[in-house]
Design a protein. Structure first.
Lengths: 113, 115
């Protein structure tokens, strides 16, 4: 079985501050991990993905995430938040190439001016 | 750009009605998915399809059915709508071959209200 835990439902940061969104996963086999973002009134779009290559993954809009097997984590970071980063962020896991994707509950990021 | 189009952005139906949600993709993707999104619960998979006329149950299939008669179109059917099916419904598609492109492409969603 596979699962994803995103603790908390809401994170608020000031513009220019570090963004850190946490994700922990559970998987019986080496996982594939993803972060998706949902802007208001839109569908989800892929931010970045880990598929067993480099453990530090860079995505769009300055985001990156690091796969840490020992901590079963895949936290999302961005050095400097921008107002346009305000959105809902979902972590997702896939246990193997042929399994379905399981999403976390999502976390809403607010950015204060 | 890949486009996943959902037929309605907002839909209001009455309890007991039969409801059809339509989704069309233009990228020749083999896989198509229906999720529902509820606050605090994230996305939950209802049904998915790996090929025409093929369907598999996801995590919460009760009260729903699906139809995939053509590769580009995947329909979600609520046989008898109930108020607990009020939700945002998201359609997604992807290639079957994992190494080709692992990401899902999502539609903008249909907000369904059942009164």
């Amino acid at each position: 079985a596979q699962s994803v835990t995103q603790l908390g439902s809401h994170v608020s940061v000031s513009e220019g501050a570090l963004v850190l969104l946490r994700c922990n996963y559970s998987s019986s086999v080496p996982p594939y991990l993803f972060w998706y973002v949902q802007y208001p009134n839109q569908g989800l779009q892929l931010l970045l993905k880990y598929t067993s290559a480099a453990t530090l993954v860079k995505g769009i809009n300055g985001f990156e995430a690091e796969f840490k097997k020992s901590e079963t984590s895949f936290h999302l970071t961005k050095p400097s938040a921008h107002m346009s980063d305000a959105a809902e962020y979902f972590c997702a896991v896939r246990s193997g190439a042929n399994s379905k994707l399981t999403f976390g509950k999502g976390i809403t990021l607010s950015v204060r001016p | 750009d890949v486009k996943v189009t959902q037929s309605s952005r907002y839909l209001v139906k009455r309890t007991g009605e039969k409801v059809f949600l339509e989704c069309v993709q233009d990228m020749d993707h083999e896989n198509m998915f229906w999720y529902r999104q509820d606050p605090g619960l994230g996305l939950r998979l209802i049904y998915f399809s790996y090929d025409v006329k093929m369907k598999e149950k996801g995590d919460i299939p009760e009260g729903y059915s699906v139809s995939r008669e053509k590769k580009e179109r995947f329909s979600l059917i609520l046989e008898s709508a109930s108020t607990n099916q009020t939700s945002m419904y998201l359609c997604a598609s992807s290639y079957r071959e994992f190494g080709r492109d692992e990401k899902l492409f999502f539609g903008s969603g249909t907000q369904l209200s059942v009164l």
